[in-house]
Design a protein around this ligand. Structure first.
Ligand SMILES: [Zn+2]
Length: 193
């Protein structure tokens, strides 16, 4: 059964859903981090991420991990997920960035290091167009050759918040999807971290 649309067939994704996956252009966050996403946050890719974030579809992480792994810098030594806020993790029962980092780690053999702890809660995409808010604190030093892992990049301010907490060894950021549009109120709700 297709993980995105539910149609019966062979393989985890049907042909139509596979063909809707669009390569996302690289982007640079305001703090200067190269952020590379496997797909544009549209169609099938958006559905897969949404189900991972809000419906516990952890198997979707493995469906996206191969495309993510191919974008890793050659000098990557560790994968460092950006944790979801504690209240959202409790509410939805899953931390999508950790699931994605573990899936990429299984494919590549790279270790996953939990270097950041989340704040209790923060507004979705708070501070869009403003400076990054403080969302993370470090619970151990960020190791050398670290690539940050998260589900969706929109403004890049979540990535930059981690950089501000401890960015000395971060060589890039790896995402499942990149959202290109200005977020409207509905998206801000449904796609918030
Ligand atoms: Zn499908």
């Amino acid at each position: 059964m297709c993980a995105a649309c539910g149609v019966w067939g062979s393989g985890p994704l049907c042909l139509g859903c596979r063909q809707s996956l669009q390569v996302a252009p690289d982007r640079i966050t305001p703090a200067g981090v190269l952020a590379r996403a496997a797909f544009r946050h549209e169609a099938t890719a958006r559905v897969l991420v949404h189900q991972l974030k809000y419906h516990g579809a952890v198997r979707n992480a493995a469906l996206i991990a191969g495309a993510m792994a191919s974008l890793l810098p050659v000098d990557t030594q560790t994968l460092v997920p950006l944790p979801r806020s504690t209240l959202r993790r409790m509410r939805y029962g899953v931390d999508p960035a950790v699931e994605l980092a573990n899936a990429v780690g299984r494919l590549t053999g790279l270790p996953v290091v939990l270097a950041y702890a989340p704040g209790l809660w923060w507004p979705s995409h708070a501070g869009s167009g403003a400076r990054a808010t403080v969302r993370f604190r470090t619970i151990r030093p960020v190791p050398t050759g670290a690539v940050l892992v998260d589900d969706v990049v929109t403004t890049g301010l979540t990535i930059d918040s981690a950089v501000h907490a401890d960015g000395s060894h971060i060589i890039g950021a790896l995402l499942a999807t990149a959202s290109a549009k200005i977020m409207n109120a509905r998206d801000r709700h449904s796609d918030g971290h």
